[in-house]
Design a protein around this ligand. Structure first.
Ligand code: DOR
Length: 435
């Protein structure tokens, strides 16, 4: 047994925000309260530390199988733990894509064996992500697939998307829509506007995203199915989602730290680490997204962790891969820019980084209630550190946040009662044959 003592505990699911103790027995939380004691328990004094339900990131690219030079399940789950995440959803745009049972089994069993974070695989909406024929969604769902998406691409054909929605409704699955009209996207590499013109780079207007958001909201209404809009980046898209929610459509959405805290202005130095899809937008978009997150119109924060190898990024802007390695900077960015700045309470932070993702995915997680899995993230609020991608556990060091001084770094992380991060460093253990 482990007795975590005197931490400031934040768990909105049980309206808990105050100093108390938590008792862990094997992988479960067995008691939460003041002045707990337990014979023979290992006591961990957490005075001055802040204790949260383990964070959940429902949008992560693990690149495994097929692109292990960018990331693999071990490095990706270590990066997750290092960033304070105890559960993640893996995106299916691997090589080959996750569109049949064998790959799903392989992802689940390997991530369990490593033990750093729970991985819930998402599978493709269409076979081979070709946008033509839908996958065996019901079967895949039974195998443990938590959501369906062709992330990395939009499903261009409205009839195919409608069919996918009809099927997913039968078993109550969530469809995650990567909203992008590829014809309008053309060769675009950054947000379309004055900055793209000045830089001589091809632009991506908001309409590339908004067209498909609008279509999918209509289809979700038509089919009465569960829709989740991925990596929202536009103020106009948010307005449509809010209107659809008000209209009773069962839609949720997510935003990334880079779309909250960076704009197209950050592209001016041609740093390819700012090249991401959807692109970094304008200050007006960022402002609307922050407001939407605070007032609950945006349900959660995800990283869209998209690790790439050096050679994918150390090329001209036009040729660089889209994506940001985000797992190891998300919590400190949100902590510093939203919580410490007074825009958001700790309880709201837990809601958008743990509780809501659990609810959207239908997981019995995102809380520290008695009987829950002991997935716990502990922050030392005193620690202040400069982002340095050399310290990442991820193979992807492609971050535009290097050099930023931030607070809110995870100090300890428990995954199912096992200490996986201690003093901000990953814990290695005997028997882990892959390290
Ligand atoms: O920037 C991105 N990179 N956006 C996506 O939607 C896909 C991702 C990737 O797979 O690299």
């Amino acid at each position: 047994m482990i007795l975590l003592k005197n931490a400031f505990v934040v768990d909105p699911a049980q309206q808990l925000e105050g100093v108390c103790d938590i008792l862990i027995d094997h992988e479960k939380i067995v008691a939460v309260g003041e002045n707990l004691s337990a014979e023979q328990a290992q006591i961990v004094d957490l005075t001055g530390k802040i204790l949260l339900p383990g964070l959940i990131d429902m949008h992560v690219h693990l690149r495994d199988p097929g692109q292990e030079y960018k990331e693999d399940i071990l490095s990706g789950t270590r990066a997750a733990a290092h960033g304070g995440f105890t559960s993640i959803v893996s995106m299916p745009n691997t090589q080959p894509p996750v569109d049949h049972e064998a790959i799903v089994q392989s992802i689940i069993s390997r991530s369990r064996a490593y033990g750093y974070a729970d991985v819930y695989p998402a599978a493709c909406i269409t076979k081979g992500q070709k946008g033509e024929e839908i996958t065996e969604m019901g079967l895949l769902h039974k195998q443990g697939v938590i959501a369906f998406t062709d992330d990395g691409k939009g499903v261009a054909h409205a009839g195919v998307m409608r069919k996918a929605m009809d099927y997913s409704r039968i078993f109550g699955g969530v469809l995650i829509s990567h909203c992008e009209d590829k014809d309008l996207l053309g060769e675009g590499v950054m947000n379309e506007g004055i900055v793209s013109t000045e830089l001589g780079l091809a632009g991506i207007p908001n309409a590339v995203e908004d067209l498909m958001i609008s279509r999918d909201l209509m289809l979700a209404k038509l089919t009465n199915s569960r829709l989740h809009i991925a990596h929202l980046s536009t103020k106009s898209g948010l307005a449509m989602i809010k209107a659809a929610k008000d209209d009773g459509v069962s839609v949720t959405t997510e935003v990334t730290p880079h779309h909250l805290f960076l704009t197209e202005e950050n592209v001016r130095g041609y740093d390819t680490n700012t090249k991401v899809n959807p692109p970094l937008r304008t200050q007006e978009d960022c402002q609307a997204l922050i407001e939407g997150l605070i007032n609950g119109d945006i349900d959660c924060i995800v990283t869209d962790h998209a690790p790439h190898a050096r050679e994918d990024k150390e090329v001209e802007y036009d040729y660089a891969a889209f994506g940001i390695s985000g797992l190891e900077t998300s919590l400190p960015l949100v902590w510093t820019n939203l919580y410490l700045s007074g825009k958001m309470t700790l309880s709201q932070l837990v809601t958008v980084m743990s509780r809501r993702p659990a609810e959207i995915l239908g997981l019995d997680k995102g809380t520290l209630k008695v009987g829950s899995m002991a997935d716990i993230t502990i922050v030392d609020p005193i620690v202040e550190k400069i982002v340095d991608s050399k310290e990442f556990a991820s193979k992807g060091i492609n971050t535009p946040f290097n050099g930023l001084l931030l607070k809110g770094w995870p100090d300890k992380v428990y995954k199912a009662g096992r200490l996986v991060v201690d003093g901000g460093r990953l814990v290695e253990w005997e028997g882990n044959a892959w390290i």
